[in-house]
Design a protein around this ligand. Structure first.
Ligand code: TNX
Length: 492
């Protein structure tokens, strides 16, 4: 296991020099979890061409996935040992142990990366399918490890989201936050307010067709993600960034007049009518229907760049809306601008600044003891260009190379030791119109963010990361991911 190319780097790796496991054509997988067993077999079958039956009982399985107590040393590695796993590779067999289904699933992802990269091919390849011997003990640094996709500025169908979820789960990311509403488009069907879908979802940046997820489509996405231990976090951005809703329902506007659709890229010009009671009926209905679609603990209410809402109105609005989220049994998440609004116990503020000094809203959040999700714009904003030559993207927070996205410590980013729950990399889509565009800006930087969020700070360094990342290149190519060939990485 010396020099294994796993991303994110495991907390502890103990190589057994000279030992190798080779997957035999008649290999049997015995698993305590049908889901984890199938995840492994489904990933291995196309390239190996082996049948790889998954069974509950077997006296001499080749690969064994066990639910139960892994090494207690996991508790020394991580504050979230329940999502951890142990892998032992001997010459005759491989055993993966996890205390939970999630832990076992993460172990399976590591095991897949221990096989030669040809294992990611969709067609039968030559083996031998060998795995280096040794032991891995691993668990996450942070419980929340995410990416965000803005499906409002440009709409992406469920297929594109499923493909993204699959990639997230390969790198042990466990949240996909969807920015479901903004000025340019409303993207989730709401039965009580049907014009959100038909009018609010009708277009996008540049004037193209737009779109809106039906409840059935969204439920299919949530189920696909749950099977990969990925939570969908829905965001309804309010009270600004709301032109799509305002264009669908005149009564949500202060002057009672619906504006036209918006297909540009400006921000800060729209606001819900904060002193109309119907606004709160609307918000309550929307949040209830979105809650019913998402089993996860979080509901994101946006709250950024409300430049057309007075401070007084903003505070009043957030003062009423946050308790609605709590009443629905969800944890409030908002961009860090909600920091100066009335504090809902346990809420999470998502930090997206890039200044050395915290701004007023963030200071208020930190002083109040809010939990913090880190999305520093100059580190993990996937819509920033890599360099001046990147064909899409923006640069208001600077250029972000893979190294910039990698070389920072979430533990020391903000002053005063706030309660950091994790890291999330947002992809805003003003300039992102196709799946190829998503790929270009997301890979390889997403893998860097995954390691920042998963691996202990002491286990990671740039030199090791760049060579391990290089080995992901052929895997992405085999999986049809068009990554940016960052010149700092020695791609193989
Ligand atoms: C700021 S980040 C925004 C988004 C834009 C993004 C473009 C945040 C909470 N708001 O509305 O899409 O910049 O980079």
């Amino acid at each position: 296991m010396n020099g294994i190319a796993v991303v994110p780097v495991p907390a502890r790796v103990e190589p057994a020099p000279g030992v190798t496991f080779t997957l035999p054509p008649r290999a049997v997988i015995r698993s305590d979890s049908a889901a984890a067993g199938e995840a492994l077999a489904t990933a291995l079958r196309p390239a190996t061409g082996f049948a790889l039956p998954v069974v509950e009982r077997h006296t001499e399985p080749d690969i064994e996935l066990r639910l139960g107590e892994p090494d207690p040393a996991l508790a020394d590695i991580s504050e979230a040992p329940e999502s951890g796993y142990e892998i032992v590779v001997e010459s005759g067999r491989v055993v993966v142990r996890g205390r939970t289904e999630a832990g076992l699933f993460h172990g399976v992802q590591t095991l897949l990366q221990l096989f030669p990269s040809a294992v990611d091919s969709g067609t039968v390849q030559h083996g031998p399918w060998t795995v280096p011997g040794g032991r891995i003990l691993d668990a996450p640094r942070y419980a929340y490890r995410g990416a965000m996709l803005d499906v409002s500025r440009h709409f992406f169908g469920v297929d594109a989201l499923i493909r993204l979820v699959d990639e997230l789960s390969r790198y042990k990311l466990n949240v996909l936050h969807l920015h479901l509403s903004d000025d340019q488009g409303w993207r989730i069907a709401v039965d009580a307010w049907p014009r959100l879908a038909t009018v609010g979802g009708a277009t996008q940046v540049g004037g193209g067709a737009g779109g809106c997820y039906t409840k059935a489509e969204f439920a299919a996405l949530v189920a696909h993600a749950a099977a990969r231990h990925v939570t969908i976090v829905p965001e309804i951005d309010m009270p600004g960034h709301t032109n799509a809703a305002l264009s669908a329902y005149a009564q949500l506007n202060a002057d009672g007049v619906a504006p036209g659709a918006y297909t540009g890229v400006d921000v800060g010009f729209s606001t819900l009518a904060v002193d109309r009671e119907v606004t709160y009926d609307f918000v309550r209905d929307v949040l209830a229907e979105v809650t019913a679609l998402t089993p996860g603990p979080y509901l994101h209410i946006g709250g950024d760049e409300a430049k057309s809402t007075s401070t007084e109105d903003y505070l009043a609005f957030m003062g009423r809306v946050q308790p609605m989220v709590t009443a629905l049994g969800k944890t409030v998440v908002g961009w860090h601008q909600i920091g100066s609004a009335r504090r809902e116990p346990g809420r999470i503020v998502q930090y997206w600044g890039h200044e050395p000094e915290p701004d007023e809203d963030l200071r208020a959040a930190l002083a109040a003891g809010d939990r913090v999700l880190l999305s520093p714009a100059d580190r993990v904003y996937l819509d920033m260009k890599y360099d001046a030559g990147t064909r899409i993207g923006v640069d208001w927070a600077g250029h972000i190379t893979t190294r910039t996205a990698y070389d920072w410590d979430p533990g020391t980013l903000l002053p005063g030791r706030p309660d950091v729950i994790g890291v999330e990399a947002p992809l805003w889509t003003e300039t992102v119109a196709t799946v190829a565009d998503i790929d270009l800006l997301t890979f390889p930087r997403l893998a860097a963010v995954a390691e920042v969020a998963w691996s202990p700070q002491a286990a990671r360094d740039w030199t090791s990361f760049r060579s391990r990342l290089a080995a992901q290149g052929p895997r992405w190519t085999l999986r049809g991911i068009g990554f940016h060939p960052d010149p700092e990485i020695p791609w193989v």
